[in-house]
Design a protein around this ligand. Sequence first.
Ligand code: GLU
Length: 493
Amino acid sequence: MTVRTRIAPSPTGDPHVGTAYIALFNLCFARQHGGQFILRIEDTDRERSTPESEQMILDSMRWLGLEWDEGPDVGGPHGPYRQSERGDIYGEYARQLIEAGHAFKCFRTSEELDELREARKAAGMHLALKPADLALSAEEQTRREKEAWPYVVRMKVPATGRCVIDDMLRGAIEVDWAQVDAQILLKSDGMPTYHLANVVDDHLMGITHVLRGEEWINSAPKHQLLYEYLGWEMPQLCHMPLLRNPDKSKLSKRKNPTSINYYRRMGYLPQAVINYLGRMGWSMPDEREKFSLDEMMSHFDVQRVSLGGPVFDLEKLTWLNGVYIREDLDDKAFLKALREWAFNEEYVSRILPQVRPRVETLSQVVPLAGHFFSGLPAIDEESFDEVKLSREDLLRLLQFLVWRFEGVPAWRKETLLEEVKTLSGHFDLKMKAFLAPVFIAITGSSSSTSVMDAMAILGSDMTRARLRHAIEVLGGISKKQVKRFEKEYREIA
Ligand code: GLU
């Protein structure tokens, strides 16, 4: 048997460090067994998936040196590797499952589903809807079918008993069937859900081992049942521990930057980031802290993964990055790293138009454009003294902007301008007044290049990181304030 593993990201946002972490372990597992590593794009959520996000995922994985043998960009014998391009495959299997009596068309309306859940709640039962809850009388089923009501396809699941999942790290995991709902397989628009598409593709792509985050454990019983229904052998499952913030909560962008783009923009070296991710729950047999991807691949042993939640600590990563710069980069390599990072034609040419109208000598360029080549600006509370807004309003403005920017799919000046317009309207401020604190947060001073252009050039992650940094230096936002802000924010169109 050839070992085949995969990473199956959904292109619905920034390229997440968690994706790189899981990809790294899948790659190492495959290589250690002389196998193959596949990249598959799971874009069945058509509303949230974007081509920009997919491109960023591919770019950032490549930047980290995580090469795949088959994927949407390199092709391969089991393509297409983008679920949105796999046409009718999933609908076919859904039909097969219905025919064999393992799945059913569910014509329930969303009001009915709410009522059914309420009824289960009132009876003190688990909220997971079961086939028996959802069943309609035979006449009603036929009527709705004849009248062409919208429907979803759901899988049948046992009402009682226990399901046992075999996990490579955790051994037998038992889950009560009572907690498992009659999962939707095909949505009313005919698109598959993650569960159906994932199982079908893992099978058709010959995946033998699935290493994925532990947040998927609850899905495993449904997947196991689908494999059984379809008469396929299930890949071996291995649920990796989730990355955590230093306070042990689940790694989240509220507390830590989670986008690989951020680390790239900040000037971390890919080899240091990969090395650090390799230490998340795993160690080399000799426990050394510094190792390359090649070294990790040749010493990899999945059984050395420890399940205690690995902490993704920015300070440790920064320290390790420094070690790489000092120990591994001679002058030539250092220069090369700087070029790849920001001192290259592509990046510098985007900055020149910002600088040209504002300088009289070349020596003014660096002081003026320094914010394009740095991380978080050196600002403090006093930096905002000139801004005529209360502290609360400042925080509100910056936080709302972070939230708006989180939802921007295509990071372009025009799109950002829309967001800024909407918010300045909401705050009843002229654009200039609205942008004053943003200017300081982004450029670190009150006179520099255009802030809108700066944000467009710096990119989503660095922009948001600087806005968040400004919030921090202004004293941060309390839990109470967050609640209040969220409520108000939701009302903005
Ligand atoms: N598309 C899922 C994700 O975004 C894949 C989960 C899995 O590996 O099964 O993480």
